[in-house]
Every structure is written in structure tokens, then in C-alpha cells.
Design a protein around this ligand. Sequence first.
Ligand SMILES: Cc1ncc(COP(=O)(O)O)c(C=O)c1O
Length: 490
Amino acid sequence: MSGYGITHYHDTKEIYRQLDRLLHQPVRSIKAEALKEYEEEYFNKKCLKSKAMIERAKKFIPGGVQHNLAFNHPFPLVFDRAEGAILEDIDGNRYLDFLNAGGPAVLGSNPPGVLKKVEELLEHCGPSTGLFHEYELKIAELICSHIPSVEMFRMLNSGTEACMASIRVARLATHKKNIVKMGGAYHGWSDQLAYGIRLPGSRHFEAKGVPVHIFKQTQEFFPNDLKSLERTLRANTFRGGTAAVIIEPLGPESGTRPLDFDFNAGVRDLCDKYGALLIFDEVVTAFRVGMAGAQGYFGVMPDLTVFGKIVAGGYPSAGGLGGKREYMNYLAAGIKAGGGKKALVGGTLAANPLSAAAGYFTLEAIDRTNACQKAGLAGDRLTRGLQELIKKYNLPFVAYNQGSICHLETVGTMLLHIDIKKFWKIKSTIKEAHTRKKAMEEMGAAYMAEGIVTLAGSRLYTSAAFTDELIDEALTCFERVFKKVDGVTS
Ligand SMILES: Cc1ncc(COP(=O)(O)O)c(C=O)c1O
């Protein structure tokens, strides 16, 4: 399919076969003595400024960092330089950036063209006025012209907010009550969607601090399982109906649990059959999979699309909701024509000129430079190289990618699930997930010490700033880590 960052769709069944094999083996992680050496020789000798700053930060910031993704074993590092595919910490150490700011940096960090436009805007307007700015129109026009199902776009502060807005609109539009999500998916951290997070079947277990009654009208279904979705939709017809089914179109956690190619079309059919809206959460996929998003790639049109991350190009306040005019009108500002119902949304800094301009120039540059395709090819090269290394060292690890979204599963934490019928196993599954997560963090620390920044030790986003040489350099770093994994003899 041309125009997309995914050159070939993976063989989903084969990936699950490999992941299943991984889950049924003892965890293989970095050897204890190798981890100790990384801690002593790298973190405690070459990262002293970071170490000191995080010690100070721990007094004033819970856990010492303001962002979950910045957490790192044995302590987070502090970064103050970012350019293209390269990051530098305050001790002057250089890293290859596969975190991509958590997804937004499809062009690479701090692209100079966008920076220049943002500087120009800031000089004469500042970051926000609370009033309308031309770039709000320009970014809405641009998004509507590329994303096939989107006729209108309202910019919000974050993906979390946009997901919240999407389910409010769905309930108003359908007059139905329930929201169904795919188990394991992350749609931000709002109360109602903090359900079935990370592990399918986990229901409210990860939603500490949220009263259980909030989830009375939220259900989850199992990824790749249309039958479990239909069972839920059918049951909901007796309890207020389903307002929306919300999914990540590549699968939960950006395709960590990959989907069959036809799955989204199946979900669309079931939504139509039961009169529910289909919401695609394209926070990660829009403008990364391609300018037409995952919906263009799969040829499946949702009713509402959630945006985030890339729509502000890595600048603050990245979120928005798009969709058909009839639904988007529930978000109209002012008194609604005819006095119709309105969904409550807000945000003092939503759609400020800075975010709108940064987003507009980022999306325009992604399109003009074919950045999705370039980042996707870098992802293909990285994944191929990782697969070769896995084979060379006879490791049980699994590497696969959806273009520039690459997965390197070494422990399979998020491949576990909870079967509520086997209630006696719930505690042990959660315990196992924590043990595996710890091993994943240790692998992440080893990658970091070798000069590779990953997303939580198991996901790697490539950007258009990666050249073949940089990908090959990364593979050399990965090889150094793989040689130090339990059971590998060199
Ligand atoms: C698929 C998906 N939806 C929603 C969100 C939440 O977006 P934000 O962090 O902007 O609130 C994320 C964030 O990682 C995400 O990956």
C-alpha cells in the first residue's frame, strides 16, 4: 500500500505463536552481574550529574520525575539536548532516540523548519491569547483534508481529554449508555477509561483511586476476538445499549497485541449491527502510519477519531477529536443552534496558537517529506536486524513492527491476561506481571547504558531522522546487550 509507513502487514498468527512460546519459557533477562556492572561502571560513573539532580528532585517531585516514561532503572537520566535521532544527557552522554518523546517526534526531535515558524509566532503573538488564531483553522483544514472520516476537528489539550470528549459525544449522539473498549488498550488516564488497562481482563484492577461504580457502564472485550465483542454488545442491548466501541486500530498499547488485518472491519460491522459509534483512538497512529492514519491504511471509517501526540509536533497541548459533522456539532462553542444538547468540554490552553502552529507545520512537513514512509523503512531495518540478532543468540525474544512502531518483547509483560473465571489465578498473574515488568526495566537500563533510549524497554519508535547508519549503530548496541542475557555464552 503506497503512502503508508507500513510496507507489509505482519503475519499476526506467527507473532502470537512466538509470543506464546516466549510466555511459556522462564524469563531471560540481563545477567545479574552484567546489570551490576552497568549500574557501577555506567550509571554511577558516567551519569553523576543526572544522579545528583534526581536525588534533589526526589525531595520535590514524587518518584523524582514528572513523567512516567522518564522513569529508568537505577535512576532516571536528565536530558537537555535533542536533535533529529540523537539525545544528549547533562553528563554529555549521547543516545539514539527510540522514545520519540513518547510518539510525537515522527520527524525526529526539534526539526529546524518547525522551530523557526514557532519562534516567528512567539515573537509577535506569544503562546496563547484565549482567542481564535488562524493556525487553529489551518490545522483543522489540514487534518480534515487527510484523515478520510474527519469532516470537523476540535483541538484539545491531550489524548486523554480527547478520549473523554469522544465518549461524551457518543452518548449524546446515540442516547445509549455503555462504552466498550478493547482489553489492554490505553486511552489515557480518565476515570472511566482506566478499565482493562495493559492486561486484557484486568477490569478495574489497575484503576486505583477510581470508585468501582464508575465502571458500571464500561466493558472490555478480548483483542482479536469479535465473538467476545458481539457477546458484550448483545448483552448491552438489555442494559441501556452501547454508545461506542473505542479501539486502538493497531491493537492495544500501539499494537503490542497485534490484530488481524481484517479485525477493524469486523468491529465496524458489529458497531453498525448494534447501532454503536466506532471510535478509533489514533493518538499514536495518525500521521505515523500515514497521513490518512490507520483508518486509511485499513480502509475502515470510524465515526469519531481521537488525536494526540503528533498533532502538536511534540509541543505542548497535543490532543483533538475529529469526525462526522453530525457528531462533532455536539462540541460547538456558544449556544447550540436550535438549543440542542452539547457535550461539556473545556481547557484554558486548548488549541493555543503555539500548539496549533507547531502541529500545522509538523503535519505539513511530515506530508511534504514522506516522513511516515521514511520512519517506517527505518523501523523495518531495525526489526529485521533485531530478528537476526535474536536468531544469532538463540533467544526467545520476539521482534515485529508496524512500520515505525517496533516491538521488542523480551519478557512479554503485556501479553499476559486475566481470566476472571479463574479467580484463583488473578493474584498470581498480577504478581507475574510485576516480576516480568521488573525484568523489562532491567533490560531498558542495559539498553540505556549502551546508548539506546526505548519506551519502557519494549517499544521502539523510529523517526524519519534515522539513517541506515544510525539504525546499524543501534543494532550494534543491542547486540552488546543480547550477549549479556541469561543463558547466552559468548
Ligand atoms: C493510544 C493512546 N491513547 C491515548 C493516550 C493519552 O494521550 P495523552 O498522554 O496525550 O493524554 C495515549 C498516550 O500514550 C495513547 O497511546
